[in-house]
Ligand binder design. Structure first.
Ligand code: GAP
Length: 464
């Protein structure tokens, strides 16, 4: 199945060929580590976002959505600690001028046996010297000292040269949720515990981005902050660990391809932190994080903004600054995992014993870019009826239309892009308004009255 046949290069090539993801600014030779979503990618990504929003906002009585501005007052980043410490340990090869992250070099050199997260900059420098870690590009051992590199992209605003203010492209969406804690609580009259969720773009000047859309400089995050009393923090941390896990299982991930990884080095304010790792073709890597951030975030914003973040509990009549359980997942990273899990090359043998391979994307039907492909058996005979069917069904879900090539070839094209159902309009359709519906995964076909297709498909594409 997918684990055996998939490499990252194969996936990138498949995505470019069929239209999920293209290199950014392609006709100009690209811009390293930027990617554009094509006609299939944009649908898949929207569906990933919808599934998350449905699970964590729509189905919750106590979580509310926001869509905060990307550009925020610079004081936000002072309060959050990003201005001072959103740094990676960078070092440059003095021979070929390539820049690296010291922690990544160590991790790769030790093949994962050494965890650089627990090391100081001095310890990392000593490891690189003692183990004679050479530049992966030119092979020399000619390093600068390890220095801090702030990963926030900065820009300026203001109409005159003199009056320019330094501002940043947000490196995480979380702060838009923290700074709206008071607004959301007041306008929704929510009682603690409650949650604020947001989906949006974040930007990081990563030193070593790469592995396709795994780590990029511009990406989308889906973040959820749960505000609660400190005494309940440990309980809700466990609850969000299971919710985050169950969400992935319900999207169709195999349990054996996922695992929790506790953070060995906690931030000074954190009470607990873990990631869920996924078995990507590049190895086990972080898919999402869950943190018990205590009352650090709201306390810092209280300090820097001068606005009280204290919540008056109407039952106990006590005031406290709420703690936060954060659940954060990269949309693009989840989409990459979805692509990896869905990709399959199936060996088929036809009734004459001939062997064939079909590439098929086994997406959860809710995520699939198109739900139904409408295929007239013969363009001339059934083309116009098929267009009528398209007009009706496309009012309910995304459909695609294909009238070129043999039906077998058209099925294969839809398998490659993960369309769960192929609907064939044939001679009988013109007589009795029935159609053939072919299932992507089982390849079985059923005959249905046209009037039942919408209900049937709707029932099969639910995400619950
Ligand atoms: N507010 C917490 C936060 O931002 P993070 O671990 O830095 O935590 C959360 O990021 C998630 O965002 C990660 O688990 C990953 O899925 C995604 N992510 C982080 N950096 C990324 C990047 N450069 N490219 C793509 N996704 C990224």
């Amino acid at each position: 199945m997918s684990r055996d046949c998939l490499t990252m290069d194969k996936l990138v090539s498949h995505c470019k060929t069929v239209g999920f993801v293209y290199p950014g600014s392609d006709i100009y030779g690209g811009l390293a580590n930027t990617w554009d979503y094509g006609p299939l990618g944009v649908e898949l990504k929207n569906n990933v976002k919808r599934s998350w929003w449905k699970r964590f906002v729509q189905e919750s009585t106590a979580t509310f959505g926001v869509d905060a501005a990307i550009l925020m007052n610079s004081r936000v980043w002072d309060a959050s600690g990003h201005t001072a410490s959103f740094n990676d340990p960078k070092l440059d090869c003095k021979s070929c001028k390539t820049r690296y992250r010291a922690d990544t070099l160590i991790e790769e050199h030790s093949k994962g046996a050494v965890n650089p997260d627990t090391m100081t900059y001095e310890e990392m420098g000593a490891y690189i010297a003692e183990h004679h870690v050479n530049c992966p590009r030119c092979g020399n051992h000619n390093w600068t000292a390890i220095r801090q590199f702030n990963m926030m992209f900065s820009t300026s605003r203001g109409v005159t040269e003199e009056g320019q203010d330094l501002i940043y492209l947000r490196p995480e969406t979380a702060q838009g949720e923290f700074v709206n804690f008071l607004n959301v609580q007041r306008t929704t009259r929510a009682k603690v515990p409650f949650g604020i969720a947001q989906i949006g773009k974040s930007f990081r000047n990563e030193i070593t981005p790469g592995n396709f859309i795994f780590r990029t400089i511009e990406f989308e995050q889906m973040e959820h902050q749960w505000f609660c009393h400190a005494d309940d923090g440990a309980r809700f941390y466990e609850e969000y660990k299971s919710k985050a896990w169950q969400y992935l299982i319900d999207l169709g991930f195999d349990e054996s391809e996922l695992r929790f990884k506790d953070h060995e080095k906690l931030a000074h304010y954190a009470a607990a932190a873990c990631d869920i790792n996924y078995h990507f073709p590049i190895g086990w890597s972080e898919l999402n994080g869950i943190h018990n951030r205590t009352d650090y975030d709201l306390t810092r914003h209280q300090e820097y903004s001068g606005k009280s973040m204290a919540y008056l509990d109407p039952v106990t009549n006590t005031r406290f600054v709420p703690s936060v359980i954060e659940y954060s997942i990269g949309c693009d990273r989840l989409l990459l995992a979805v692509l990896c899990a869905a990709y399959d090359e199936e060996k088929l043998v036809d009734d004459k014993g001939r062997e064939d391979t079909r590439v098929v994307m086994h997406f959860h039907p809710f995520l699939a870019p198109y739900k139904v492909a409408i295929l007239p058996l013969q363009k001339k005979e059934q083309g116009s009826k098929a267009r009528e069917v398209f007009a009706t069904l496309s009012k309910h879900f995304m459909c695609t239309f294909d009238d070129t090539g043999s039906i077998g070839k058209r099925y294969r094209r839809q398998d490659q892009i993960g369309t769960p159902f192929c609907l064939t309009v044939d001679f009988d359709t013109l007589e009795d308004d029935t159609v053939t519906l072919r299932d992507r995964d089982s390849m079985e076909q059923i005959r249905l009255p046209l009037s039942e297709v919408v209900d049937y498909v709707q029932s099969r594409i639910q995400f619950n």
